[in-house]
Design a binder for this molecule. Structure first.
Ligand code: C5P
Length: 242
């Protein structure tokens, strides 16, 4: 499948139209950013590791009844995906309080959150992804109440599946961000990616970070080793393509 015109150039991924009107080609680049893109570096093969990790996670979710955008991974950093109209909401699920939650609310870092906390942020770097609620979502014309209910239900189900999946690999799924879109029939489908860029992942034994938080904290030289460790733990040898 050949790339046609670039339809979206995000901070770390480029999305192209393809010869099939219902599919897009997503190139995972080697860029890594923090602070709404204020800091940016390039890390060799980071795009491929994220694309392969995301592919594995999307396949696990599909096996567990969650429809995703994933179609194929013809090259280590190139994904073919269903074309979706993305909903500009970042759905965040938290199992352990940390990050912006403990900066904004009186909850101690490391507190287990049971039931998990679900947040929705407006995906807009210019406004620094402000937190949404139901009435703001309606006022902004982003989604209906029914659609928001579906996002929350799917996000919690995804959390249950992935918590177990990562636990089996000796990793604690602390929190993560996901995005959804609508297909041409209006079905709400999981899109974007699930990778160490948008998750907090801690080693179950040592609680060491294995995700982009290392980059946010300026530990740039530890980032790729952490991503590769996640890759090695969750990708079986026969599925390793790099
Ligand atoms: O920074 P904060 O604590 O709100 O992040 C919660 C989770 O959502 C983290 O796993 C982070 O990686 C992810 N996130 C993201 N993109 C954003 C905001 C948060 O992937 N724009």
């Amino acid at each position: 499948m050949d790339k046609k015109e670039l339809i979206n150039c995000g901070k770390v991924k480029s999305v192209y139209n393809s010869s099939d009107d219902d599919k897009v080609i997503i190139e995972f680049r080697d860029d890594i950013t923090a602070g709404d893109g204020a800091r940016k570096e390039v890390m060799t093969n980071k795009g491929a590791y994220n694309a392969i990790i995301s592919t594995k996670i999307f396949k696990v979710l599909e096996e567990n009844g969650i429809e995703t955008q994933f179609v194929d991974l013809p090259e280590p950093n190139v994904m073919i995906a269903k074309k979706l109209e993305m909903i500009p909401i970042e759905v965040i699920v938290r199992n352990i309080a940390t990050g912006s939650l403990v900066r904004k609310y009186p909850i101690a870092d490391g507190t287990r959150l049971e039931p998990p906390v679900v947040e929705m942020d407006y995906k807009d770097d210019e406004y620094h992804d402000p937190m949404l609620n139901f009435s703001l979502i309606q006022a902004l014309g982003i989604a209906t109440q029914e659609e928001v209910d579906i996002l929350i239900e799917k996000a919690l189900k995804i959390n249950e599946i992935l918590r177990k999946f990562f636990a089996d690999a000796g990793i604690v799924l602390v929190d993560f961000k996901i995005e959804f879109g609508k297909d041409k029939d209006g079905n709400i489908i999981l899109g974007d990616e699930i990778s160490p860029d948008g998750c907090r992942l801690w080693d179950s034994e040592t609680l060491e970070m294995m995700d982009k938080e290392l980059f946010r904290k300026g530990k740039d030289d530890e980032v790729m080793d952490a991503y590769i460790e996640v890759y090695n733990r969750i990708i079986p040898d026969e599925e390793k393509v790099i």
